[in-house]
Write a new protein. Structure first.
Length: 621
């Protein structure tokens, strides 16, 4: 029984709880100087770092995982970048109508570019990051840079260097570099999750403990959901030293306790346990022993079976129900004494029609249930007509179980994988939708990591795109759910430098030529579609909305989701075109800054919209 507090509310603890909701990693445990017990406390050094765009000095001892480069990783994650997403229509499938998309580029930069459009909108994140085995490549983020270095990395100055390096065990920061690489990306990923969202991360034993520590910090220890042990290998390795490892871990964290996992359907073996030997009208049932392996004096009493024999629970045991409840169950024909009524081990009949429509998932997923890496390689090789282009794909069965556990098929369920690899998650989303008629959508992110000379594909991202193309076509040829929308397309977007010219001069360094150059602030090699997607990213508009291109008064006009956004980036825009667009009452409209026929019209555009469509937001670039 809980005692009354007998004091006013501890407002400091309430405030700390609010801080923890925003910054879980900034709240730790501290010992109360008065009571000696543990209480929540703010890690002010970490909170200062979260709110700073530079490295904050002054570490203190606390319960957390630290490593060289951690603060720099946080700065890197929080720093802005002068990048955008450029559409590549020729590499896409059903570009104008599909709601799926694939980003080619550094996933740290991609996650930053998704922060506005998809903040709090992702239902499920699945990632299969590099396992830090010494031969895997990791992302070479610069965790110790000055202001000039940041300008270079964010493309505000000269081009940056290589992004991928091998993290060998001889390197002095073998674990630290891997943790720094993961830390910033997971921080950004958490922002994208819905309140009822969940993230699944596969990892081996090498970094499992470290990964769990940083996930506890980022997502909050209370939001740890499960550590699923997946039997990734269906045979033992002959080259094992001592004991052959045949498993990987899948760490599962929820954004909050709003996440509600689904039940798994019963398999044939589980259904076979339900029988109906007495032809009960209520259908098949499962016999659950009436005894409990615990002595409770209240529930220790004799029962009489149908053969007239008095029965007591075994020594040290008791019945699971009180005497009066067992009498009610017996009257309803729910106590089973065996076919002849002579058993001394009674059971309660649990009817299949009355139990939950499924079984609670467990943390052990064997390969027969969730597939194996060997099976995954074979399936990918078959899809590519015998070509083996990716060594570590994940099985489709694993994706199916993750989607089954965490999604229901609703159209607002967006699934993200920012270490996409061969694209198994995208393939799995399309397959699952085709089977249950769902409308889940996916976002895949894969860097254009070069493959060895002689490979059929130049980069891993090429494999990702080709797999989704082939998988979509194959799925359309199979039997599909009649209500499925048959969306197997995807938009290809590439991380690139900003579409706007880089002009960074002090006033005393400007020449008249520089001023003339600044009149047109768009790079000459950028198409109107490039500008449109930069507007979508900057304005936080959903990147999956349908896009329609029309010609009005000899000008190209883009309509995003009809009137969600209207854009025209041509020059020579007249007052007549502005009025025609205003009469359609779009939510947002954007023009090129120097696109109007006169400065007078540029000044009057907002007034025209204020008169004809007062709710429209008007902007220029």
């Amino acid at each position: 029984m809980e005692k009354l507090k007998m004091h006013s509310p501890d407002l400091s603890q309430d405030n700390i709880t609010k801080i923890r909701e925003l910054f879980p990693g900034c709240v730790t445990e501290a010992r109360d100087e008065v009571t000696g017990g543990l209480r929540l406390a703010v890690d002010f050094d970490q909170l200062r770092q979260e709110l700073s765009d530079s490295i904050v000095e002054g570490p203190q001892e606390r319960y957390r995982l630290d490593w060289p480069g951690k603060r720099e990783a946080l700065v890197t994650a929080n720093s802005p970048i002068a990048k955008t997403l450029r559409p590549v229509v020729g590499e896409s499938v059903d570009f104008e109508s599909t709601k799926n998309f694939l980003i080619e580029g550094d996933n740290l930069e991609a996650l930053k570019l998704l922060q506005v459009s998809f903040l709090g909108k992702i239902k499920v994140i699945f990632i299969d990051p590099p396992y830090n085995t010494g031969s895997d490549f990791i992302y070479q983020d610069d965790f110790s840079e000055d202001s000039q270095g940041f300008l270079i990395r964010s493309n505000q100055m000269a081009a940056e260097g290589e992004r991928l390096v091998a993290n060998s065990e001889s390197h002095g920061r073998f674990h630290s570099d891997w943790l720094s690489m993961m830390y910033g990306r997971l921080k950004l990923a958490r922002n994208l999750l819905r309140d009822d969202g969940v993230i699944f991360i596969t990892i081996d034993d090498g970094e499992q403990a470290n990964l769990k520590k940083i996930c506890d910090e980022i997502f909050g220890q209370a939001n740890f959901f499960a550590n699923i042990v997946w039997q990734s290998k269906d045979t033992a390795g002959n080259d094992a030293k001592g004991i052959s490892a045949v498993h990987n871990h899948i760490l599962v964290y929820q954004k909050s306790d709003a996440f509600r996992p689904n039940l798994f359907p019963r398999n044939a073996d589980q259904l076979a346990n339900y029988k109906n030997p007495d032809d009960d009208d209520r259908g098949p049932w499962l016999a659950v022993p009436l005894t409990r392996a615990e002595f409770r004096e209240r529930d220790y009493y004799p029962l009489v079976n149908p053969a007239g024999v008095e029965v007591l629970p075994p020594p040290g045991n008791s019945w699971r129900r009180p005497k009066d409840e067992i009498a009610r169950l017996a009257a309803d024909n729910r106590i089973w004494w065996g076919k002849n009524g002579e058993s001394t081990f009674p059971s309660i009949k649990t009817f299949l029609s009355e139990v939950k429509d499924g079984v609670t998932p467990i943390t052990w997923w064997e390969y027969r249930f969730a597939g194996s890496t060997r099976r995954a390689r074979a399936d990918l090789k078959d899809l590519f007509n015998g070509t083996r282009g990716f060594d570590t794909p994940k099985p489709l069965d694993l994706m199916e179980k993750i989607l089954l556990l965490s999604t229901s098929g609703e159209s607002d369920e967006i699934i993200l994988d920012f270490f996409a690899g061969s694209g198994t998650l995208g393939h799995g989303v399309l397959k699952k939708n085709s089977e249950d008629g769902g409308a889940r959508t996916f976002i895949l992110v894969q860097v254009a990591e070069e493959l060895p000379v002689g490979s059929e594909f130049k980069a891993i991202s090429e494999i990702t795109k080709e797999r989704i193309r082939r998988a979509g076509q194959k799925i359309l040829e199979e039997d599909c759910h009649p209500d499925w929308n048959r969306d197997v397309g995807f938009r290809v977007l590439k991380v690139d430098t900003s579409n706007m010219k880089d002009i960074y001069y002090r006033p005393d360094q400007l020449s008249q030529g520089d001023l003339l150059e600044a009149v047109d602030n768009v790079k000459p090699d950028r198409a109107p579609e490039d500008l449109l997607f930069q507007v979508l990213v900057d304005w936080g508009v959903d990147l999956t909305l349908p896009i329609r291109r029309e010609t009005l008064q000899d000008k190209t006009v883009f309509f995003v989701d009809d009137n969600a956004l209207v854009a025209c980036f041509d020059t020579g825009i007249t007052e007549e075109l502005v009025k025609e667009l205003a009469k359609q009452e779009p939510l947002r409209v954007v023009f090129r800054d120097n696109g109007f026929v006169s400065d007078a019209l540029k000044i009057n555009v907002e007034q025209i919209f204020r008169q004809l469509s007062p709710s429209t937001e008007v902007r220029s670039l």
